[in-house]
Design a protein around this ligand. Structure first.
Ligand code: MN
Length: 237
């Protein structure tokens, strides 16, 4: 298919020793890790995914992209939102914070569409000047299968997410942090039953983010969120 929009996806930096059964002589080599389901969601929605090395200049990369997925991962360094660390369960990866905040900054400048997922929602909020609750452990279903419908989310009518999903839907929940103060220019468009923020979007830019993991659910091949991103990226390309 011609003219498929190019969707960049970030990942995380590991070491060769982090890979089970890897050769010992490769222990000190850098390895970049990308969960494949984000790219599969893009492919199923008709886009062309590309993984973004953390070593590449984010400004250079954005000039070549039609859309961006910021996926799940480690906690953001609390210093990025003016807080002291309250948890070391998922230690920050400062290089990735740097890369993703620079990508978001350039995407704002170029109005490149962004879909944020889990950590991706949090990095957008922090970029926009918001803050996070650092540990809401009872909210997460880490010991459940990732397809578990752990709680429902209710969508704001008139929002992008409400237009995509309707009034509500069940979702999985694999996060121990949530948004506290909402960043400038962002609106809350989804909440869990106890009121935690599960979806945000920019009021003017094509930026939408969710706290659950649509790429892990069996509904992924027809999930309208990936379609939203690919269509927004196509309009721009
Ligand atoms: Mn949740």
């Amino acid at each position: 298919m011609a003219n498929r929009p190019l969707i960049g996806i970030t990942g995380r930096r590991k070491k060769g020793r982090d890979i089970v059964d890897n050769l010992e002589v490769l222990s000190d080599f850098d390895v970049d890790l990308y969960y494949a389901d984000y790219a599969n969601g893009v492919l199923e929605a008709g886009g062309l995914p590309v993984h973004l090395p953390v070593d590449a200049d984010p400004v250079d990369l954005l000039d070549h992209l039609d859309g961006l997925i910021l996926p799940g991962g480690a906690d953001i360094d609390p210093g990025r939102y003016g807080a002291e660390s309250e948890t070391d369960d998922f230690p920050p990866e400062p290089t990735r914070d740097e890369q993703e905040l620079a990508l978001v900054n350039r995407a704002y400048e170029l109005t490149v569409p962004i879909l944020g997922i889990c950590r991706g929602l949090q990095i957008i909020n922090v970029y926009a000047g918001g803050t996070l609750h650092q540990d809401v452990a009872p909210h997460a279903g880490f010991d459940q299968p990732t397809t578990t419908e752990w709680h429902t989310v209710t969508f704001e009518s008139g929002s992008v997410l409400g237009g995509i999903y309707g009034a509500e839907r069940p979702v999985n929940s694999l996060h121990h942090q949530t948004i506290n103060r909402v960043g400038d220019g962002l609106r809350v468009s989804a909440r869990s039953p106890e009121g935690s923020i599960e979806g945000i979007e920019h009021t003017d830019l094509p930026i939408v983010a969710v706290q659950w993991h649509p790429e892990m659910l069996p509904t992924r091949p027809s999930d309208p969120l990936f379609t939203w991103l690919v269509e927004a990226a196509t309009e721009r390309s």
